[in-house]
Design a binder for this molecule. Structure first.
Ligand code: PAF
Length: 284
């Protein structure tokens, strides 16, 4: 695996692969890799000829008081995992390589980025869009892979790629869960043993929501109340949001119909976790 710390080195290696007629698959990450990330890498290996992963803890997507400093950075372990998966190139830049001291240009998506995490974390999606746009420009992949746990991020990036004419296919991969249901996240590493147990409230609330929908409930308010009760019955769990939305437009729906997103963000102890479920309800 080539490890490139500079944009020039990355471009040279990618261009060499392109000259040989290889298609480029790209998996952007912030490191602290888990099986969710590896599922993206495996899919990229299956679909494309030359797989690039990036590890960059992007300061622009963290707000003041968020976990930028303590975000896990187990580089040695990540590198071993990526080598084992057969990644061809790891782009591992420092912050100065990505953001010049006088950096002043940002990418803003103005619609899908506003509710949910965008409302709780102002500026977060500007940071995500900016870094992903830069990574797309540096790597120029044919296909880029993103996990559905960050459902809103996925929709925002798809919209950005469409609106700004990036010629990259965005491939979404399903949420990968621990055996007990907790969605895999690099932030799960922050949880102590008791918090880890209580973190199951997200998955339990989603499964109960699904059960209610399967039983015929269509009122979003009713499902949200049920989910709130479940989450709040867990110690040290505080709700950031629980929302039911049209899965394409990310606008709230009172009555569930068609393709619906049920999304929640919960702070367990000091750790903010997100999870979601997309349900297709047959239109009558
Ligand atoms: O999902 C992530 O890990 C990050 O938001 C991403 C897409 C790598 C951009 O920093």
């Amino acid at each position: 695996m080539i490890i490139a710390k500079t944009i020039d080195h990355t471009r040279e290696a990618v261009n060499a692969a392109k000259r040989k007629g290889k298609s480029i698959g790209f998996v952007p990450t912030m490191g602290a890799l888990h099986d969710g990330h590896l599922s993206l890498v495996r899919r990229a290996k299956r679909d494309t000829d030359f797989v690039v992963a990036s590890i960059f803890v992007n300061p622009a997507q963290f707000g003041p008081g968020e976990d930028l400093k303590k975000y896990p950075r187990p580089f040695g372990k990540d590198k071993t995992l990526l080598i084992k998966e057969g990644v061809d190139l790891l782009f591992f830049p420092g912050a100065g390589e990505i953001y010049a001291a006088d950096f002043s240009t940002y990418v803003e998506e103005r619609c899908l980025s506003k509710p949910l995490c965008g409302a709780s974390r102002p500026g977060h999606f500007n940071g995500v869009c900016t870094v992903v746009a830069k990574l797309f420009n540096i790597i120029r992949p044919n296909t880029a892979y993103f996990g559905a746990k960050d459902y809103q991020q996925l929709q925002v990036i798809k919209r950005m790629a469409r609106d700004l004419n990036f010629s990259v296919k965005i491939e979404a991969m399903p949420i990968v869960r621990e055996p007990d249901g907790l969605a895999m996240s690099s932030r799960n590493a922050y949880l102590n043993r008791e918090e880890r147990r209580n973190a199951l409230c997200l998955d339990i609330a989603l499964r109960e929501a699904k059960r209610a929908v399967d039983a015929g409930v269509r009122e979003s308010g009713q499902v949200i109340s049920l989910m709130k009760t479940i989450v709040l019955s867990h110690k040290n769990a505080k709700i950031d949001y629980i929302e039911i939305m049209d899965a394409d437009s990310l606008t709230s729906v009172e009555k569930m119909n068609g393709k619906v997103l049920i999304a929640l963000a919960v702070v367990v102890g000091k750790t903010r976790l997100i999870d979601n479920l997309v349900i297709k309800i047959p239109t009558r």
